[in-house]
Design a protein around this ligand. Structure first.
Ligand SMILES: [Zn+2]
Ligand SMILES: [Zn+2]
Length: 166
């Protein structure tokens, strides 16, 4: 088994298939050059997801230990608790009518030519219920700082529970 196209979606059977999908991205747009998988401090790799596309923030919650992480594109190093105007919404797989969905998550980036600076950010996910593998949102772009700083935001742990979480 590997990444397979069925109807309008792609399906995979492991987080590696998010990378496989991203590797194909050069066929339709910019090449996604660097990819990191989301991994909780506990080792968990399955998360529920809240996203705010406008503010370019996405929160993921570890299914195993409920630790929350807030990934964002602000040029802020260290702890960041999100824009107060941000209004994240639960991200759901089409296979799920109601209730939570759980995903493996990976962040991929394209770079400005000849540099480590991020141009586009792609949020990839694979639903652990049905295997649907895709992108959570349109790419976020013009990040314009080095990718190690952006990937460091994947470890931006939040200690408080948000209001109205999933
Ligand atoms: Zn965890
Ligand atoms: Zn699904």
């Amino acid at each position: 088994m590997a990444l397979q196209e069925r109807g309008e979606y792609w399906y995979g059977d492991s987080a590696a298939d998010i990378r496989a999908l991203m590797a194909r991205h050069a066929e339709i747009g910019d090449p996604i050059e660097v990819v990191r998988d989301a991994v909780c401090e506990c080792g968990g790799t399955v998360f529920s997801v809240l996203i705010d596309d406008e503010y370019q923030e996405v929160a993921w919650f570890c299914r195993a230990c409920h630790t929350q992480y807030l990934f964002h594109t602000r040029p802020v190093a260290g702890p960041y608790d999100g824009d107060p105007e941000s209004d994240v919404e639960g991200f759901r797989c089409p296979c799920t009518d109601r209730g939570g969905s759980y995903f493996e998550v990976a962040v991929g980036v394209s770079l400005y030519r000849g540099s480590d600076d991020v141009d586009f950010v792609y949020l990839g996910c694979r639903c652990v219920a049905c295997g649907l593998t895709g992108y959570m949102t349109e790419a976020w772009h013009r990040i314009e700082y080095p990718y190690p700083e952006l990937f460091a935001h994947m470890g931006n742990r939040q200690d408080a529970e948000p209001d109205g979480g999933v």
